[in-house]
Write a protein that binds this ligand. Structure first.
Ligand code: ADP
Ligand code: MG
Length: 267
């Protein structure tokens, strides 16, 4: 089990007019391969910003991100797009399905540039839809499906290319409790089956409890890092893995400069 994601000194500062908004104030995080890592925190604490940085959708102001041993923060746009396509999946709160496409066409979309033919792409998508209990909705368009069904299509779409990491930002935020359970079960089942690393933002404590670990953000910093169980159930965790980010915090909102003494860049 190796490190899948490693960030060092990750900062994001937005400029709004003459104001500076510090969305991320220096995040050092390591996420193991196969780990289910939940990110919680109050609204505005930086959860979505962190997820978007990790997923390569936005550039950090400062700091580095390595995923699967590759320094994604050093990649140019083209390389990053390819890396995302080959390694990363996304599940959005608002599903983001294309309205004119059927469920199976939506789920097959990430394979568009894979070199596979249409029939094979749709077979893969169909297979994923049936595993998630949606085979009878394959020919339906998003407007003909419930929210829970649409999100399951969104999940199938994320899993179809077998990414190394899936990022999910409040994936059940628009769903009722019962549907949330179904959707989460489907997602956790696929993650475990394929050994995929899941990084999920949620504001629901019951969902966060499903994870191997809960990272709490406040004002763009990690304020707690709590392991529920060992990723993969195996290796013992040494105490220094329980990074005390409290210790990094300086009073007065000063910078939490990276005090890393290991200078290795690659994972
Ligand atoms: P969360 O997902 O935890 O609710 P966000 O990551 O969306 O929080 O936002 C963190 C902070 O960054 C907030 O103060 C928010 O207003 C600010 N922010 C996020 N995106 C932008 C943006 N595009 N421009 C300016 N400020 C932003
Ligand atoms: Mg958010």
């Amino acid at each position: 089990m190796g490190t899948m994601i490693r960030t060092k000194g990750l900062k994001k500062i937005y400029r709004v007019g003459s104001e500076k908004v510090v969305a991320l104030a220096g995040i050092d995080l390591e996420i193991e391969q196969g780990e289910i890592c939940c990110i919680v925190g109050q609204s505005g604490s930086g959860k979505s910003t962190l997820l978007n940085m990790l997923a390569g959708l936005e550039k950090p102001t400062k700091g580095t991100i390595a995923i699967a041993g590759k320094m994604v923060t050093s990649m140019d746009e083209e390389r990053l797009a390819l890396f995302r396509q080959e390694n990363l999946g996304f599940v959005f709160q608002s599903y983001n399905l294309l309205p004119q496409l059927t469920a199976v066409e939506n789920a097959a979309l990430p394979l568009m540039f894979s070199g596979m033919g249409k029939a094979q792409r749709e077979r893969r998508a169909m297979d994923e839809l049936s595993k998630i209990g949606l085979e009878d909705r394959a020919a339906h368009r998003p407007s003909e499906m419930s929210g829970g069904q649409q999100q399951r299509v969104g999940i199938a779409r994320a899993f179809v290319p077998r990414p190394k990491v899936i990022f999910a930002d409040e994936p059940t935020g628009n769903l009722d409790t019962h549907t949330t359970e179904q959707v989460m079960e489907a997602m956790l089942d696929r993650v475990a089956k394929y050994g995929i690393t899941l990084v999920m933002v949620t504001h629901e404590p019951t969902l966060a409890a499903c994870g191997d670990r809960v990272v709490t953000l406040s004002d763009g910093k990690v304020i707690s890092n709590e392991y529920r169980k060992k990723p993969g159930g195996g290796e013992a965790e040494s105490d220094d893995k329980f990074i005390s980010n409290e210790a990094r915090k300086k009073p007065g909102g000063g910078e939490a400069e990276s005090d890393d003494n290991d200078s290795e860049e690659a994972i």
